[in-house]
Design a binder for this molecule. Sequence first.
Ligand code: CP
Length: 337
Amino acid sequence: MIDSAAPAPAPAPAGVPTTDAPPVPSAPPFPHRDLLTIQGLPAREISVLLDLADSYVAQNRKRDKKTSLLRGHTLINLFFENSTRTRTSFELAAKRLGADVINMTVQASSIAKGETLIDTAMTLNAMHPDVLVVRHPESGAVKLLANKVNCAVINAGDGQHEHPTQALLDALTIRRRKGNLDGLTVTICGDVAHSRVARSNIYLLNTMGARVRVVAPPTLLPPAVERLGVTVFHKMTDGIGDADIVMMLRLQSERMAGCYIPSVREYFRFFGLTYEALRAAKPDALIMHPGPINRGVEIDSEVADDIKRSLILDQVELGVAVRMACLDLLTRARRAG
Ligand code: CP
């Protein structure tokens, strides 16, 4: 258990149960059918989600992890892109809450015969799922799909746009180690241009009062990135100077059309996270990465595996709790009705 030094979980807020008893909140703590973006979510709703996720961390560390909160509910994982962490953790989260889970394999579905995204969504909707978890390579595709169904839809990553549950699990990971997000300096390093993880994190961290920096070569930054509320650096030691959190990003070569870096070797030399570069950060700075990591490309193996500083596996663990909280909150109206 990597974060054994973590502060005790915050108590669940009023109206947020910690057991599998059917909740009857007086006012919905998270008044949304879907979770498509972090942009636009107020701090209050982000905190409700993180507080509830905190309570699920303890459940996930018990021998018997299963409850019946979502008994009779069905979740469909519909992933048009590869995934290890997100897909598996949504499946685990739903099963630990007692739901049935279907994992659609896009390559083995009628999409391979030419069925459109919308027809696929409407077909699945006709089978009365309660939650659709969707990952798609095109920005905006998950919202388009959500408009055509009447169940809850969770964006598991759409193109370069957003990956909301990743930002939430990153926030929970930071909060459990540092106590809160307000006032922290978080530096996001690497391929910001192609990263939905970076975008969701920038929105969330700004909303929760953190100072956000980005470090990358100009070719790996989106146009006018400053308008997202970040300070831009092009040198690692400048960008991570006095940072509390150093968040590394993978080079998203599957989204690159053209040449963005001279070579991987040169990229690692100037933008890879090594112990030498890390010396610029605060002595207690912690390292994060959404995964999958590319060792020797954006992060040195020794740094990634440093159990005192690297939170990479904590992020994976807390991802299950965050997804349980999302499923719990997004199904409350159905459960009450
Ligand atoms: N961080 C993340 O989204 O990982 P996967 O692609 O494995 O789901």
